[in-house]
Design a protein around this ligand. Structure first.
Ligand code: PDD
Length: 288
């Protein structure tokens, strides 16, 4: 079976081919943006939301969008068609392009689009979503434009490594002023007295596609009251439920934080309802 399948600027390549040059600004500066889309039943879930965010990230970094949203959709479809993979993820990145190394934007530079599709199996995720995840907290050492899905992920990488070393699934990040922002690759939520709490969408978090689906579709359909306000760990310690969301994690219950149980130490009832609603949306979009 193929391990993964790759494309550069719309052309298929072997994923191990050395197609990117040394002076690509993504390689030297992390000067680029990315998206990750989940594939269910051979179809991309929420692709349009990812493409909208991709173009926003490009605009924020003044990287010219040299492909149309329609072409980006076609490239995703081409990867699905050629690979035949039914489950997995598509990774897409666009860098500013290749030029002799200078910090400022080069005058003549053409953005470079690379995409890979990897097959994936949901069994591990399903087990985890059923029993819930143990997480830790780490200082949020990232820059002040976390709203851009940029390739610069060192703060996130270091945080996730700390989680791994602690035997935890994820690390939730806390700013110097005590504000709890988000996971290293996920958004973070609390449920207290049947109210859903999460960090507001500003420069300190990524506005996750899964978060948007939760806020704009699931919460209204469940009649859930949502509060988008900052909170500290003192508040988190009193919560009834907690969970994370991302394209790959979906809706992940959190059962302990820094080794202290959340609620009764099992996934909460509201979290379970949100999980079911999310699965229903996947069914509707990818299995019908
Ligand atoms: N991560 N916050 C951060 C810092 C993230 O990296 C991600 C996604 C999210 C959730 O976004 P979404 O719901 O659109 O997946 C929030 C992706 C999956 C990754 O880096 O692999």
């Amino acid at each position: 079976m193929l391990e993964s399948i790759a494309m550069i600027n719309g052309d298929f390549v072997d994923v191990n081919d050395p197609v990117v040059t040394m002076e690509d600004r993504g390689y030297q500066f992390g000067d680029g943006v990315y998206e990750v889309t989940h594939v269910y039943n051979g179809r991309c879930f929420a692709l349009q939301w990812h493409i909208d965010r991709l173009f926003r990230s490009l605009r924020e970094l003044a990287i010219p969008g040299i492909y149309t949203p329609e072409e980006i959709v076609e490239f995703h479809q081409a990867l699905l068609d050629k690979s035949g993979f039914k489950e997995g993820g598509i990774y897409l990145q666009i860098t500013r392009g290749t030029a002799p190394r200078t910090h400022h934007f080069p005058e003549q530079v053409v953005p470079c689009l690379t995409m890979t599709m990897r097959p994936g199996d949901r069994t591990q995720g399903e087990l985890m979503r059923d029993k819930g995840a143990k997480i830790i907290t780490v200082p949020d050492i990232r820059w002040l434009r976390c709203d851009i899905k940029s390739l610069n992920l060192l703060g996130n990488v270091l945080g996730k490594q700390k989680a791994k070393e602690a035997g935890a699934y994820e690390a939730v990040q806390v700013r110097d002023n005590g504000t709890v922002t988000e996971g290293t690759s996920s958004n973070f939520y609390l449920v207290k007295d049947d109210v859903l709490w999460t960090h507001p969408t500003n420069n300190l978090i990524l506005n996750g596609v899964t978060r948007r689906i939760l806020m704009e579709k699931i919460a209204p359909s469940l009649g859930l009251h949502v509060v988008e306000k900052t909170f500290t760990m003192d508040f988190v310690k009193k919560t009834d439920e907690a969970f994370l969301t991302s394209t790959s994690m979906e809706i992940m219950p959190v059962v302990s934080i820094d080794r202290e149980a959340v609620g009764d130490g099992t996934p909460g009832q509201v979290t379970r309802k949100i999980q079911a609603a999310y699965q229903a949306l996947i069914q509707e979009e990818c299995y019908r």
